[in-house]
Design a protein. Sequence first.
Length: 161
Amino acid sequence: MPDQTETQGKARCLGHEEFGAVSLHYEVVFACLLRDDAPDAVLDALRWHLGLSPERPAGIDGEEHTYPLLSPDPDSRLPGGDFASLRRQSWGFTAGGERHVWGLYSRNLWLDDMLADLVPILDLLAPHVEEPGYGGHFREEFDAQPTVFTFHAGTYGPLKL
């Protein structure tokens, strides 16, 4: 009987189908603008998730937000690495003066069993998004097509996890 790793004398790689216990990895990207008047509690929670603040803010649920989900891993295997940014930025001018928004961008590598953790982050962001539309995406690290999530009317579009 031939070795399971050989087929007609040719070696082949065993993929994740053969190993049920192997986790898939996902690139998770958040890219959105939050209103300038986003509550301090939301901004503090984001800073903690992004690794910009060492302490979990008192105002967020420790069971729902168990650890910083968007903090960059210095050893990430994503090309170019993980990234996290939250900054107040100019968004043009109105008759009343300069307009500002909070720009959020994060890119991280997550294990497949972490994908349900998208929901607390989306719930945190959605009511404060400045403009409807693209909010980010996730994709299995070797897939070419991402699954996009969108924000609209204080909520987010359906997710296919």
